[in-house]
Design a binder for this molecule. Structure first.
Ligand SMILES: [Fe+2]
Length: 189
């Protein structure tokens, strides 16, 4: 696939995500997860365009299902299949609700869980720094990761899954770098 076509695909995915999600914090969460997924794919020898799209689209049904975890992921899966988005992407979206799907050991699923959960910790850490993500360091993240009460929604055990593929400090640096690159889109300094 050519670079221009790939750019169109991710652009369309971004449009679709924005059309389905109104809440700015949720949009930022999807952009963050996508940026981390893209970086993870490059590091793990996978397809960066595909993984970025999975990140962009993983919570596509969140507002529609109103946080109903019995339907989250399932509805998203159908929304994507209806739009002729392939099983490789839609299936990962379906599986990422581990409440329904259980723990998958597939690298893409492990990566999505880690990206999904670390993005919240990074956003919360940036907020402590007055919204300046450029002032967040890997060392700060390591410290905040250990404080279980901080950004309690970040499921640490899901982040730990990535240690099958890389050490935690490397993952923190990779995720932080990926989010710093898109800081303008995230409304961060
Ligand atoms: Fe998510």
């Amino acid at each position: 696939m050519g670079e221009i076509l790939e750019g169109m695909q991710t652009e369309e995915a971004r449009h679709l995500m924005r059309a389905c999600l109104e809440k700015e914090s949720l949009r930022s969460h999807c952009l963050s997860t996508a940026a981390i997924m893209k970086a993870l794919a490059s590091r793990m020898g996978k397809d960066p365009v595909q993984w970025e799209m999975i990140g962009l689209l993983h919570d596509i049904d969140y507002e529609l299902v109103g946080g109903d975890m019995e339907r989250h992921g399932e509805v998203g899966y159908r929304m994507l299949i209806e739009r002729e988005i392939g099983e490789d992407i839609a299936g990962a979206v379906r599986r990422h609700n581990d409440f329904l799907s259980g723990d998958s050991q597939d690298p893409v699923d492990v990566a999505l869980q880690a990206a999904d959960n670390i993005s919240g910790l990074i956003i919360a850490t940036a907020a402590v720094k007055g919204g300046r993500i450029t002032e967040v360091t890997e060392k700060t993240l390591r410290k905040k990761f250990k404080e279980k009460a901080f950004a309690a929604g970040c499921r640490r055990e899901k982040v730990m899954g990535i240690t099958r593929f890389m050490e935690l400090p490397e993952f923190f640096s990779l995720a932080l770098g990926a989010m710093q690159e898109i800081r303008v889109d995230l409304g961060l300094g």
